[in-house]
Design a protein around this ligand. Structure first.
Ligand code: GLN
Length: 358
């Protein structure tokens, strides 16, 4: 009797242990899943190690690449040390991963066009941008006047120079100072810190921007400028000279990835609806005449600047930024494009790459 009891007891103990182990492992799995999907819809499908590994791998692969050259049509940009290279990823819940020259400051250049566009959409509505500037890719170089002439300043977009200067002119404010203050503030809000203008770059471009002045005059001749053309070009030039580091760019991208709320300061910078109109313009026009090639290969909205920065947005998940001053023919940073592309592929972030359901 005693032996039977002992046997029963043993079986019972064993099955309890088994049930516990099974229970524990499914609980552990559930915990793991919970970590990758938070209830507010912000998904962070990657663990820390994978993001760090992807950044390091891209950094090491391209750190010695010397292809391309600094922009020199703005004399001050030619002086920026070409070797500098930085990569930063910021998650939509504010975690920062970085590698390289992350403290290097450089002028934001054309990436500012996205921030100004977002502010205009927020304040004047998506339709106003569509009607007053246009949201169609030009397929031309970023500072081309060809399509402006051909289309009489219509149906261009706010990410090429002519459209961007018009976009700056659209910013609300009664005078130069008010408009500039709003532009500086929106950049600060996106970055989550107080930024400053790179004065030598501003002065250098202001002294050599006759082509942009011509674009503004041409736009004005078609009644497609919404403030004094000369002052608008000056505000635009200053806006392009705002100094950022690569974390600032990634934070701006992460703010867009997070529906317009800065993931660290938690400030609601623009609405989710504004972001939903901003990202498609980046997707179709973000890398100038190479926008199609970029989107074809990477599948993500992005924006480049001739300072060497590029930011890309993975909606709901990440802001990715990279910086390297050497540019290709289209005016896009060679190493920044390559690094971001590799990270997107490695972490499987192309939203169009979907595995069929079993
Ligand atoms: N400030 C620069 C210009 O107007 C911006 C161009 C760019 O970054 N592609 O030429």
């Amino acid at each position: 009797m005693k032996r039977v009891f002992n046997q029963h007891y043993l079986i019972l103990t064993f099955s309890t242990l088994l049930a516990f182990l099974i229970g524990f492992s499914t609980e552990a799995q559930a915990q793991k899943k919970k970590k990758t999907k938070t209830k507010d819809g912000v998904t962070s499908t990657m663990d820390k190690g994978s993001i760090e590994a992807a950044i390091t791998e891209a950094y090491n692969k391209y750190k010695d690449l010397k292809e391309g050259k600094n922009a020199d049509y703005i004399p001050e940009l030619a002086k920026v040390p070409s070797e500098q290279f930085a990569i930063v990823v910021v998650t939509a819940d504010g975690q920062v991963y970085s590698k390289g020259d992350i403290d290097a400051l450089y002028s934001i250049q054309s990436i500012s066009k996205v921030i100004t566009l977002a502010k205009n959409i927020e304040d004047s509505g998506a339709k106003a941008i569509q009607d007053k500037i246009g949201v169609d890719p030009t397929g031309q170089k970023f500072n081309s006047a060809v399509l402006v002439e051909e289309r009489k300043g219509m149906e261009i977009n706010p990410l090429v120079n002519a459209g961007a200067i018009a976009s700056t002119s659209m910013i609300k404010g009664n005078n130069y100072e008010e408009k500039w203050k709003t532009i500086m503030q929106i950049h600060n809000d996106f970055a989550g810190r107080q930024l400053a203008v790179n004065d030598p770059v501003y002065k250098s471009e202001a002294a050599t921007n006759q082509h942009n002045q011509a674009l503004a005059s041409l736009m004005n001749s078609f009644e497609r400028m919404y403030f004094d053309p000369a002052q608008s070009v000056d505000i635009y030039t200053k806006q392009c000279a705002i100094n950022v580091n690569t974390k600032d760019l990634a934070m701006m991208a992460a703010t867009l990835a997070n529906g317009g709320t800065n993931p660290v300061t938690k400030k609601k910078v623009v609405s989710p609806q504004t972001v939903a109109h901003t990202l498609p313009v980046m997707a179709t026009c973000g890398l100038y005449d190479d926008s199609g090639i970029w989107f074809y290969n990477v599948g993500l909205p992005a924006k480049s600047g001739v300072g060497g920065g590029i930011m890309a947005v993975v909606p709901g998940q990440y802001g990715i930024a990279a910086f390297s001053p050497r540019l290709d023919e289209a005016g896009n940073s060679v190493r920044a494009q390559k690094a971001i592309t590799d990270i997107v592929n490695k972490l499987n972030l192309n939203p169009y790459l979907v595995q069929p359901k079993p």
